[in-house]
Design a protein. Structure first.
Lengths: 113, 113
């Protein structure tokens, strides 16, 4: 079955460490997105990529980095420059045009210890 | 850019109807969506409506769109405890933004037995 997979489900980070969250899709979608969700809050866009080897900053890109070397993969690195990284991170993908909406992964909960 | 607003919280009794409301600002949005998020999970697409429609019904779900007032609603008939979740509305950004979506802040629906 086609879908979008995020791993790990839970991640713990020590202060000053970089960590990378994985997002893989086998839906042949062109576009991929990373969102951050804080408790009781909506979704805030971190980065997005509409095509391989290209990506754009979203509304809260500071302290994060991404790459898009393959169509299927869009990993997110939370760097030590992100001062408050504890949150729920959601990856999504879409065909890129038309009204098909997004398909979401099941999320990664990142906690700083 | 597009703004999407939702009320934060709704509480209903099991068996009653629920109505979740959403307002948006971008009149060029061609598709409007409703997503459901259960605790600790990603977002699941429930339904969507094309902007030239007034209403769409899908089993217990009815979506109403008032383009003039830029108002979208989701009605859940015979609400069950399993419907307890956060509901997000979203609209695609018009003007060559591809399939980029803007999400509302989410409405937490609590269903009391």
């Amino acid at each position: 079955d086609g879908g979008i997979t995020q791993s790990p489900k839970y991640l713990f980070r020590k202060e000053g460490q970089n960590v990378t969250l994985s997002c893989e899709q086998n839906l042949n979608h062109d576009a991929m997105y990373w969102y951050r969700q804080d408790p009781g809050q909506g979704l805030r866009l971190i980065y997005y990529s509409q095509i391989v080897n290209d990506f754009q900053k979203g509304d809260i890109a500071e302290g994060y980095s991404v790459s898009r070397e393959k169509k299927e993969s869009f990993p997110l690195t939370v760097t030590s420059a992100q001062k408050n990284p504890t949150a729920f991170y959601l990856c999504a993908s879409s065909i890129g045009t038309g009204g098909y909406g997004y398909t979401f992964g099941s999320g990664t909960r990142l906690t700083v210890v | 850019g597009e703004d999407v607003e939702q009320s934060l919280f709704l509480s209903v009794r099991e068996g009653d109807s629920s109505v979740i409301n959403c307002t948006y600002t971008d009149s060029s949005s061609t598709y409007l969506y409703w997503y459901k998020q259960e605790p600790g999970a990603g977002l699941q697409l429930l339904t969507y409506i094309f902007s030239n429609m007034d209403m769409k019904q899908d089993q217990r779900l009815t979506v109403l769109l008032n383009k003039k007032d830029k108002h979208l609603s989701l009605r859940i008939a015979d609400t069950q405890t399993g419907d307890s979740a956060i509901y997000f509305c979203a609209g695609n950004r018009g003007n060559n933004a591809g399939n980029m979506l803007t999400f509302g802040g989410g409405t937490r629906l609590m269903v009391k037995p």
